[in-house]
Structures are given as C-alpha cells and as structure tokens.
Design a protein around this ligand. Structure first.
Ligand code: BGC
Length: 779
C-alpha cells in the first residue's frame, strides 16, 4: 500500500507526512486535525488546492439548513487560508519544484509544522516553514506562523489573507447573514449567523510581520467581497533574510457560556478584545502556553506509556489521547462528542453510544471532571428523552440514537435516499429501533459513579435518569406467547440485522438497567428519603419498583444453547452461513454490499460489528470464561468488522479470554484504522469511538482494569512484544500510577490521602503508598 505517512519519529510522539501527494489530502486533513474540544479544524494547507476539504467546527453550534433536515454542525468560515505571491508567482506545490517537504504533527504539544524547500517557476529557491496551533488553554485562539527565507536573491512578497465565509457543508450553506469591518486599522472582524438556530459566530484576525526577528509595519489594504473579508500586505525579503508572518485569529460564538446575557454588540467587542490580547502575546508565547497546557492537563494526568519493540504502539496511544482531547468539549456540559470528533461533518456532528461505551471510560479513569460534563449532558437531555419516548408511544425516557443539542431529541434521519437507481426512498428506522442506546447511557453513568463515587450527580438528575429509563424499558417490553417479556423489533449493535427480536445485547443491557433502577430505589429510600419522596410523588416509585421486580423475573434473556452459544437474535443461528474471508480486513469497509443486497445480508450469519461479544466486555460478570471462549469462536469468524467500533472490543475480549497474540493483532488493526497505511480510511474524519477503543485495548485489555462488585481490579497481561505498560487511574479521588511488566505490577497511590482496596489476580491488597506485586501467568 502506498503511503506518505512516516513513523520514523514515532518514539518522540511525532506523526509525519513525508511527501506532498494530492491524492491523500483527506487522510492528512483528518489525522492531523487540530483542536481543543471547543473547535476543531481539518489540517488543510494555507494555500488552496482542488480536492481539499476546508472545514472547521465549533462544538454545540447545531443548525438546520432547511426545514426538513436534521440539525448539523455548520462548517464555519476559514481563517487559515493565505495566498502568497512570491516574485510574482503564486505559491502552490502544483507548480515549480518541491526540493524538500515534510509536515509533522507533534502529538505532545499539538503543533503542526510544514517545511518546504521550493523552487518557484520564477527561479527563486525559497525555504518556507508553516507552523500552526489551536490553543489548548485559550480555547478561541488559532495561531499561524509562516517563515519565508529567500536563499539567493530578494523576493517581493504579497500576502493576501483574512476570513473566508464561502464555506459550506457539502454545498449546504448554514449562514444566512454576515457583517464585516476593520477594527483599529488592522483587525479584521467577520460575523456570520446561522440561519435557523441564529447563533452568531465572531471571527477576528490580524497579522504581524517580522524581518530577521525585527517587527515592522506594513499598511494593510482591506477589501470586502461577498462572504469574504481579506487584506493585502506588500513587502520584500532581502536575499539571505527571513520574513516571518504571524496570523493570530479567534473564533467565538453566541453559545459561549461567558457571553450569556450580553448583546451581540457586546459579544463582538469581547471577542475582539480576546483577539487583540492574543496578538499581543504573539505566536511563540501562544504555542508555548498551549504546549504547557497539553503537558499539564493531558500527559501529566493520564499518559499511557508502552515500552515495546515497535514504537508504533506507543504512537498509537499518543495519537488516541491527542485526538480524544481535540474532540471533547470538556468546557461545556451542553455539548458532547461527535462520531467523527470535530474533524468532519459526517454523521452531522451527532453524538451516539460511541461516547458512553467507547470514549467515556478514558475520561472517567483519567479526567473525572471532564467525564462529569459528558455525563451531565445526558442528564440535561432527560426531558427531551422523555418527549422522545412519548412521541414513540412509550413511557419514561428513550434516549435518541443520534443526539445534537440536549433539547433536540432524536436527530437521526428517518428516511434515506432516494435510491440512485430505483428512485425509491428507504426507511432508516434506527431512531425508533436502535434502543440499546438508552441502556448504554445509563451504563456510562453507572461506570462514572462507580469509579468516582460522585453521589452528587445522582442527586442532580442521575437517579431520575435511571428511573425514567427503567420505566421506558418496562413499557417497551411485550409479553410473548411463552409468557415471558420480550423486546421485539429492535436493531442491536450489529446494524446488518434490522428489525430483529430479542437481540441478546439489548435484552441483557435493558435487564441490567432495570436491575440498577431497583438498587437505586432501595438505596435512595434508605439514604435520602426527601429526594425519594419527591421522585416518588412524580414517578410513583413504590409501584414502579414492584413492576421492575416482576419484569426482572419475567424478562427473556437469551441463554447459551447446547454449544454454549448465546444467540445474537432469536433466529441468528438458523440463518444461512457463507464464507466471509473475501470481505474481512479489506481496504474498503462494507465491500460485502457489492455482492449482496441488504435483504440478503439480513438473512445471513454475518455481523457488521461486535454485538453479543460486546456484552461480555460490558457485563463480564454475567458470563463464564468458557461461555466467552465458545462465543468468541462462533462470532468472530462471522464478524466483518465493518464498523470501526468492532476491533477494539475484540481485542479486549481476546485479552480477557487469555489469547494475547490475537488481542495484540486486533489492537494493531484497531490502531491502523486511522493511523495505518490505508490512505483513504479517514477521508470522512477520524473514528472517534475507535480512538477511545485504542486506549481501552491498552488499559482495560492488556492492563486488565475492571470494576467488579464496586472494587478496582487490575489484572495485567502484556503481549509478548511489550516490555512494560504504565498508565494513571483516578479511583474515588485517589490518583494511582500503574506500571505493569510481564512478571510484576507496581502500584503507586500518588495523591490519595486514603488507602485503596484493589484486587490483583485473585488477591485483594490495600494500597497505601506503593505496592510491588509479583504476577503469575494465569493463562
Ligand atoms: C455504527 C454505530 C456507530 C455509528 C457512529 C455506525 O456505523 O454501526 O455503532 O454508533 O456508526 O460511529
């Protein structure tokens, strides 16, 4: 496979693009995406090319492009664009000669550096260096620094740059109005407002020029065009000297919490002041401050380190953690993580179960404060989840399969198509049927509370969320001819099976959800009677508790058959079997649909992604090791891994059942979804859930971290090629450093004032300060 990715600096945490290739823009734009959870920008170059995707998203700013569309994140105006005319030649790598080229993304600091030696069509040899950060500590700031060194003779430089609002979501324009002005003679101000949700976006930008480090002034001539405001600066670089251009821009929106209560005029003023301050600091200071923020908030608190033969593995972990922080709106509980992070508008910027099942564990174990906001987002959505259930004819709270703002309810499209060839519209029932999301949300809350002990969140909406979801499940259950309660007409995680009955994953998760509601009810009654009474008055808890108990007894839970296999759906085992080897691990996912229709897929023993097996990683206590192994051997060969969510689950489960070589192979496959040599796999953005899954493979899989019966359990088993794995965990307010080798586990209670009970293999230890525990091979 041809690739321009270069892993030679992997050990330093640096990802590199070794040569310029227009075929691979999509990959580089996505995996080099920069951001801070407030905003995310695809890594496009300053100069424009055909085929690139200039995209920037600001978390939470949903808008409907027209009445019958679902809300999506609008692609905001472009502040990166810069046209450079050097001795009369427009700088573009499509002309002249590229003498040297390398673009790197330093995952430690978030800084991207592109170095190019270019011989222009006019015959000038120029060394250009482009640096860029999206600040992690100043959430609104995007800083660029461009250096141009004239090697042989003086070069005239014309810079044209500003804010370009001629940006759309694949042609769909979300911004109906805009306003432009120049402040204090040099700050360009561009305001655009979303059409339906009326959210103002404020862009400010200015440039500063330096010759061999000395600042100098060039008057700017500003021009406004339709949806575009830009300025031109003319100067010269003498031979042997370097011109440095700094462009510091800021982005704010009317959703910003600090703007609450301010008029648009006041918001614009505050945004402008922010940009002016950032410009006073300059690129280097901004980049250094941001690098320090990465060190303090990300790496010092939660870095995973791997000592292994192949530095790619450590790079994969660094890559995952970098992107987790680029994509997560940790600053505001009204927002959540989207399926492609902030690197694309695929999936419209919506939130799925990807958050709770694949990403949240990273935050609960390493950044509980950020995890809390992600969980709170679901508490804020409770009312609209109740509305969603009512609209669908159920009681309680049904969380949306696809979510946008907390009050937007279900945002998946009900209809797809029309089909290109038949012209027919097809129904996409996921919003109605992929109901396991409701239990997944509750599972995320449960994990968060178990790991942090944060009872306050339960009192502040958590209990009600658990009760309302249990009410939903019992209203959704239907009594079957066998007298048991069933879930009919659902879609499980395996979306190649539509409208199925008794999907094992959904049934067990719903059962678990109701069971936790019963436990919460009893606990609340004893420990917090006033809250119990308040909720009882509204939800009739005393009666509900009886119904839940009965439902738990009568609910149908698919049991292992004579071969030990838990049927994924009622009829799965009787479906036709085919040889899937031609479709597994292909460069293009979904290649099976070239040969089989959706109807045919529905009738075959073929799964898109982990379904029943995922259950074993979430509710491990419900099943024996033998059952896990039997089901692994049955389901894995039938799973195409056509969803990026699949491989990490398989890796963790392979670790659980003791097949470390396979766990490692699956981990590598998962890591290679975005980071591997397939140069088209990330065109539509990074795979957020899989990125959370990479961390899980290391910490939950090889690190063996689990919560069992309310206790922390760490049972590491490293793959052969790893010498050591170390990571941090927060557990009930204590920070623990875990360092695992093949034969020994060292635990350090770093910040804790209290001791922690921890189970390692089959023994329970009290961790006060440090423990060094010999490990025996359990497999
Ligand atoms: C997967 C879902 C996932 C969604 C967003 C789909 O292809 O099947 O499980 O939630 O993508 O990542």
């Amino acid at each position: 496979m041809k690739t321009v990715l270069d892993y030679s600096q992997a050990a330093e945490g640096i990802l590199a693009e070794a040569s310029f290739d227009r075929n691979y823009f999509g990959k580089i734009e996505s995996i080099f995406c920069q951001g801070n959870g407030y905003l995310g920008i695809r890594n496009v170059t300053e100069e424009q090319y055909w085929g690139e995707s200039r995209e920037m998203y600001v978390s939470g700013t949903f808008d409907r492009a027209s009445g019958d569309t679902v809300p999506e994140l609008p692609n905001a105006a472009d502040v990166l664009e810069m046209k450079l005319i050097l001795n009369g030649c427009i700088f573009t790598l499509q002309e002249g000669n590229i003498l040297a080229y390398r673009r790197t993304l330093n995952l430690n600091t978030g800084e991207c550096v592109r170095k190019v030696r270019w011989r222009s069509p006019a015959g000038d040899t120029l060394a250009l260096e482009f640096r860029r950060i999206v600040s992690l500590n100043r959430l609104h700031v995007i800083a660029q620094q461009i250096s141009i060194a004239a090697e042989e003779r003086a070069v005239s430089v014309c810079i044209e740059t500003g804010v370009n609002g001629r940006i759309t979501n694949g042609g769909e324009q979300h911004f109906s109005r805009n306003a432009k002005r120049v402040r204090e003679g040099r700050f360009l101000e561009y305001i655009q407002v979303t059409g339906e949700s009326e959210i103002p976006f404020f862009f400010h930008t200015a440039i500063s020029l330096f010759l061999n480090g000395e600042s100098f002034f060039v008057p700017c001539s500003a021009r406004r065009e339709r949806r575009r405001l830009f300025a031109r600066y003319n100067t010269e670089v003498p031979a042997g000297k370097t011109l440095r251009i700094e462009k510091i821009s800021t982005v704010h929106t009317g959703l910003d919490a600090e703007f609450a209560g301010l008029s648009w005029e006041q918001q614009a003023q505050a945004a402008f002041v922010c940009c002016r301050e950032a410009n006073e600091l300059g690129y280097r200071q901004l980049a250094d401050d941001s690098a320090r923020a990465w060190e303090k908030t990300v790496w010092k608190r939660g870095a995973v380190q791997i000592e292994s033969k192949d530095p790619f593995d450590a790079l994969a972990l660094k890559f995952a953690q970098y992107h987790l922080h680029v994509m997560t709106p940790a600053h505001d509980e009204r927002m959540n993580i989207t399926a492609k992070g902030l690197s694309s508008d695929a999936y419209r910027g919506h939130t799925f179960w990807d958050t709770e099942i694949f990403i949240l564990p990273y935050y609960t174990f390493t950044h509980p404060d950020m995890a809390r906001r992600l969980v709170r987002y679901r508490c804020l959505s409770l009312e609209s989840a109740c509305g969603n259930a009512r609209r669908n004819g159920w009681k309680g709270a049904q969380f949306p399969w696809e979510a946008a703002g907390p009050n937007d309810g279900e945002t998946s499209s009900e209809w797809g198509g029309p089909d290109l060839f038949t012209g027919e519209f097809y129904r996409m029932p996921y919003g109605q049927t992929e109901i396991h999301i409701t239990a997944d949300v509750v599972y995320g809350l449960r994990q968060y509370v178990a790991e942090t002990g944060d009872e306050a969140i339960m009192e502040d909406g958590g209990y009600e969320l658990v009760f309302q979801t249990a009410i939903f499940w019992v209203s959704r259950l239907q009594c079957g001819p066998d007298g048991l309660l069933h879930l009919y007409g659902v879609v499980g995680p395996d979306e190649y099976k539509n409208d199925v009955d008794d999907n094992a994953f959904t049934n067990y998760m719903a059962h678990w959800n109701i069971r936790w509601a019963v436990e919460c009810c009893d606990k609340l009654q004893i420990e917090h009677s006033s809250l119990y009474r308040a909720l009882d008055k509204r939800l009739d808890l005393a009666r509900a508790r009886g119904i839940w108990d009965a439902a738990l007894r009568k609910m149908y839970l698919p049991q292992p058959d004579e071969d030990g296999i838990i049927p994924q759906t009622a009829d799965y085992r009787s479906l036709k079997s085919i040889d899937l080897s031609a479709y597994k691990f292909r460069e293009r996912v979904g290649s099976i649909t070239d040969d089989y229709t959706w109807e045919e897929l529905h009738g075959m023993q073929v799964s898109k992604q982990a379904d029943t097996l995922l259950l074993f990683t979430l509710l491990g206590d419900y099943f024996s090791k033998e059952q896990k192994i039997a089901n692994w051997h049955y389901y894995e060969p039938r799973t195409l891994h056509d969803s990026s969510l699949s491989l990490c689950t398989h890796s963790i489960l392979a670790s659980d059942v003791g097949d470390l070589p396979l766990a490692y192979t699956m981990f590598r496959h998962a890591a290679e979804i975005d980071l591997g040599p397939n140069m088209s796999s990330s065109d539509e953005g990074i795979h957020a859930a899989s990125i959370g899954g990479i961390w899980q493979c290391a910490v939950l899989g090889f690190g063996g971290v689990r919560i069992r019966g309310g206790m922390l359990q760490i049972t590491p088993a490293l793959p052969n090629s790893w010498e050591k794995l170390s990571f941090f965990l927060w557990w009930h307010g204590c920070r623990i450093h875990v360092s695992a080798a093949h034969d020994r586990l060292v635990l350090e209670n770093i910040s804790g004032t209290k001791s922690v009970l921890v189970q390692v293999q089959d023994r329970i230890y009290t961790l006060d300060e440090t423990l060094s525990i010999p490990l025996c091979n359990l497999n």
